[in-house]
Design a protein around this ligand. Structure first.
Ligand SMILES: [Mn+2]
Length: 467
């Protein structure tokens, strides 16, 4: 456990944090050196060796506090300084000292600037030649990261930073469970502001009021920002509720945190001619559940603090909470209490109708997969769940050694993974598995992990407020 009073260490301006540039393997100062890239097995031609880390920008000792640029324009140096400062702080400062690294004023500017960009994006962002995708491009897709700052820093270095030819699509669940959800989310917002047409941040089910109140992010922010904590938490929730829900890459790959979604259930009645009544099916009959269209997805009202599980606006909850099943059909996701379960036949129908080749979703870690019969474990950070005529369904999970806090010595020790999509068609995934960065800095959890460890994220509907 973390001591109440940390050992006094000089600030990073005087004592440079570990460098982001590659170090010799013998250097135990290098916080990336302990993370190794797994050489993947050759069971499939899609599994290849991971990319070798590309050269990173020169390391600049982070100056704290971080201040918003005078001209309001972020630079690559500003973003890398932010990453270095967060990493340094996670190792040398108690959580409550984070405002000495990122003051509320700089936080406000960053979250406001990012929110303005993110909230203007459509529900389903399209990454295609219109957005700069070309023959030299790569698209990196990332699954759940859950506040595991050091693993995210490794992933960004390993895949190579976002750039003109390197797109990133993050599939949500930036916060909760891990101890550095705030830093993780803020550094991704910084990348979004720096490269809005190269970095895409989709919403996960944990980017919600309900999940963050149960799984640690709310308490994390209140701990780190003290009497300004409520303000900071509210601003984060405001950013979360406007995040886009899904992406389509190169017209062929659909990505979303949970998965597919149902057709809208609002049915205006035309029987009663002359009457102005509208019949709204509040509780749809499961036997008439059918897959929704992209047009319906585009019209869904996504600005909700918690996606509703009843009523007429069910598409956001489906996209964020659904899980695949090995049983054909579409049914309510009773385990979660929200969203759908969909079978291989629905994957086929969704791909075929929309002329897609691949669904990449996230949302299930090793703990969730332990309880799902017929579906693979998450030891390598990904599973291929459905292989159908038109293509495949993949689950991608990018938090290695998850969850950070576990009640037993017996950890999952799962790898995390990211996917690289390559031209010309961007529809043959290259899987890159990686181990956790060790040792993880010591930290205290911000939630009662012994109590919720077996709850598998199911919604406690009674404690939720419909919004
Ligand atoms: Mn999730």
């Amino acid at each position: 456990m973390l001591p109440e009073t940390p050992s006094m260490l000089p600030p990073p301006a005087l004592h440079p944090a570990p460098s982001l540039t590659p170090q010799p393997p013998s250097s135990d100062e290098d916080f990336f050196s302990s993370a190794s890239v797994a050489s993947t097995s050759s069971s499939s031609e899609e599994e290849k060796h991971c990319l070798t880390p590309s050269p990173s920008p020169s390391s600049i000792a982070p100056q704290i506090p971080i201040s918003w640029p005078v001209d309001g324009t972020l630079t690559l140096a500003w973003v890398t300084d932010l990453m270095l400062a967060f990493d340094w702080a996670s190792r040398n400062l108690p959580p409550a000292d984070l405002p000495t690294v990122l003051p509320v004023e700089a936080f406000d500017r960053l979250v406001l600037t990012a929110s303005k960009i993110l909230h203007k994006e459509p529900n389903c962002v399209r990454i295609d030649d219109g957005s700069g995708l070309g023959p030299e491009s790569r698209v990196v897709v990332v699954g759940d990261v859950h506040g595991q700052l050091h693993d995210v820093l490794f992933l960004l270095r390993d895949a190579g930073f976002p750039g003109e030819d390197r797109f990133f699509v993050f599939n949500g669940d930036y916060v909760d469970r891990g101890a550095w959800g705030f830093e993780t989310f803020l550094l991704l917002l910084a990348w979004k502001v720096l490269m809005p047409r190269r970095v895409y941040l989709l919403r996960g089910n944990h980017e919600s009021k309900y999940c963050t109140s149960v799984y640690g992010f709310e308490k994390e922010v209140l701990t780190k920002y003290g009497d300004r904590g409520k303000h900071v938490y509210r601003k984060c929730l405001g950013c979360f509720e406007g995040l886009p829900l899904a992406s389509v890459i190169a017209g062929r790959v659909y990505t979303a945190h949970g998965g597919v979604f149902r057709a809208s259930v609002v049915t205006p009645s035309k029987r009663a001619k002359g009457k102005k009544t509208r019949r709204i099916n509040l509780i749809p009959d499961p036997s008439v559940l059918s897959l929704g269209s992209f047009e319906e997805l585009s019209k869904a009202r996504r600005s909700v603090l918690d996606p509703p599980w009843e009523g007429s606006n069910l598409i956001p909850g489906d996209v964020l909470w659904s899980d695949p099943s090995m049983t054909n059909g579409l049914s309510p996701n009773k385990e979660r209490g929200i969203g759908l379960l969909w079978g291989p036949d629905m994957t086929e129908e969704f791909l075929r109708k929309n002329n897609l080749k691949l669904i990449i979703r996230s949302h299930e870690g090793p703990d969730a997969r332990e309880k799902r019969s017929g579906l693979g474990g998450m030891e390598e950070g990904y599973t291929v769940d459905h292989v159908v005529e038109s293509g495949k369904l993949i689950t991608l999970f990018s938090a290695p050694d998850y969850p950070q806090f576990q009640a037993t010595e017996d950890r999952y020790r799962n790898k995390g993974a990211y996917i690289v999509l390559e031209p010309p068609h961007f529809d043959s995934p290259v899987f890159c598995s990686f181990d956790a960065v060790t040792p993880r800095p010591k930290a205290n959890p911000f939630y009662d992990f012994e109590d919720v460890i077996d709850s598998d994220e199911e919604l406690d509907l009674a404690s939720m407020v419909t919004s």
